[in-house]
Design a binder for this molecule. Structure first.
Ligand SMILES: [Ca+2]
Ligand SMILES: [Ca+2]
Length: 179
């Protein structure tokens, strides 16, 4: 009886010892496959923000797959009305990175800072991205026009004053006034 029990226990223990090893072998294969798929691109933009009017930022795109061969990387801005980048940049053979510039796009609208995402992609690589704020350089002035009304003989009469802005504004504007 005791011998049988010991045999059962030993056999269970051997199974337990073998089973994790089998799983571990499986895990090692999966891990290597995943690692092979994880080549990726990263973008690093030096400046946190630039002006829409003449602002230029420097950026670097890096690959983590070694330095062998030219790699043509496609670049994109998610808001070409605020910032543009070259269509492509090439990481040369023997290098793991290449630099490019981001250029602000000027317009005449009074707007707040816009966050723009710059992304890099290439076949066989996970894409990379970074963001930059494009700041506004436009101003608008308020003006209040004249109003006239006949005074009448009694009661109250409404006077309407036109309030205008000298330039287009991309945000709501509230105006305080006193009479
Ligand atoms: Ca402007
Ligand atoms: Ca603007």
């Amino acid at each position: 009886m005791l011998r049988q029990l010991l045999q059962q226990l030993t056999s269970k223990r051997i199974k337990r010892l073998r089973s994790p090893r089998r799983r571990w072998r499986g895990l090692r294969v999966e891990s290597l496959e995943e690692r092979a798929l994880l080549a990726s691109l990263t973008i690093s933009i030096t400046e946190a923000s630039i002006s829409e009017n003449g602002g230029v930022a420097n950026a670097i795109v890096t690959r983590d797959s070694g330095t062998s061969g030219d790699l043509v990387v496609a670049l994109a801005s998610d808001d070409k009305g605020e910032a543009v980048v070259p269509l492509t940049v090439t990481i040369p053979d023997g290098q793991d990175a290449a630099s490019f510039v981001i250029t602000g796009v000027d317009e005449a609208i009074v707007d707040g800072p816009h966050k723009v995402t710059i992304s890099a992609s290439a076949a066989g690589f996970d894409p990379g991205s970074d963001t930059i704020d494009i700041t506004n350089d436009d101003r608008a002035t308020l003006s209040v026009g004249d109003a006239t009304v006949m005074e009448g003989n009694e009661g109250t009469t409404t006077l309407s004053f036109p309030v205008t802005l000298s330039a287009a504004v991309d945000v709501d504007v509230s105006v305080d006034y006193i009479t």
